[in-house]
Ligand binder design. Structure first.
Ligand code: DGL
Length: 271
């Protein structure tokens, strides 16, 4: 058992969808969340850059004595997870593997759709995981960058979002895709719209949900979970950002049923 916090990070606010699932599944844990508001988005950046940013954040989280790290960003998981795992002696969970595994278990036709940032789609990481779980599965990817801004603008149930979803998802129409991975942190926020446009014959996989399950399993296996309730007067969730704490708190309201005030700004380049 360990009372130390779990470190969770993302390029910005999107990872809060993962934090939400973690809190739901592991309510007795303490969490430290870092959002890289100064350098978001990661989805258009190179592997080298995303890896450098991610390692700085890992070093920052380690300085807060976290017991495990959840890379709550699809782009960072796709591009940097391997090097983080190789360099740091710490349990690290990314969002890609759990989502890929569930998708492989879900599809009946063997044809899966993937939506995410440009970087995630072009990384080929989902293909390689799927290939190890179930060789022969066919993956069709579609970058949907506008969804990120739409969610951050609060356009959750909105005709504009529906129209953009129609355009993006039209590439999957007429195919035998029966499963779509929402391979970007923001997308579960507009799950209803994506489901409506994709059609009910398609199952949506939410990597945030699957990641929380994997985190629970990992904590149990390593005897790291905290079973004691957290005292009400203790701050169980701490939030840090590299810039724009007010914008972070404002957008966070869309993502989390918690009011986040007082996200602390830190100089991430120093780590
Ligand atoms: N968090 C990112 C992801 O899941 C989306 C936003 C970005 O591009 O940084 O890929």
């Amino acid at each position: 058992m360990s009372r130390r916090p779990i470190g969770v990070f993302d390029s910005g606010v999107g990872g809060l969808t993962v934090l939400k699932e973690l809190i739901r599944r592991l309510p007795n844990e303490r969490y430290v969340y870092f959002g890289d508001m100064a350098r978001t988005p990661y989805g258009t950046k190179s592997k080298e850059t995303v890896t450098r940013f991610s390692k700085q954040i890992v070093r920052f989280l380690l300085s807060l004595d976290v017991k495990a790290i959840v890379v709550a960003c699809n782009t960072a998981s796709a591009m940097a997870l391997d090097s983080i795992e190789a360099e740091y002696d710490m349990p690290v969970i990314g969002v890609v593997k759990p989502g890929a595994k569930t998708a492989a278990d879900t599809t009946k036709t063997g044809h899966i759709g993937l939506i995410g940032t440009e970087a995630t789609i072009s990384s080929g990481i989902y293909e390689s995981y799927l290939d190890t779980y179930s060789p022969g599965i066919h993956l069709s990817g579609k970058a949907c960058p506008l969804f990120v801004s739409l969610v951050e603008e609060g356009c959750i149930e909105d005709p504009v979002t529906t129209e953009i979803a129609r355009r993006y998802l039209s590439v999957f129409k007429g195919t035998d895709i029966d499963t779509i991975i929402m391979g970007c942190t923001h997308f579960p926020m507009i799950e209803d719209t994506i489901q409506r446009v994709a059609g009910n014959h398609v199952k949506l996989v939410n990597p945030a949900f699957e990641t929380a399950k994997s985190t629970q399993k990992m904590l149990e296996e390593r005897n790291l979970e905290n079973d004691e309730e957290i005292p009400v007067d203790e701050e169980a969730y701490r939030f840090y950002v590299s810039d724009a704490p007010d914008r972070f708190s404002r957008i966070a309201d869309i993502f989390l049923p918690l009011s986040i005030s007082g996200a602390k700004q830190i100089a991430i380049e120093e780590y």
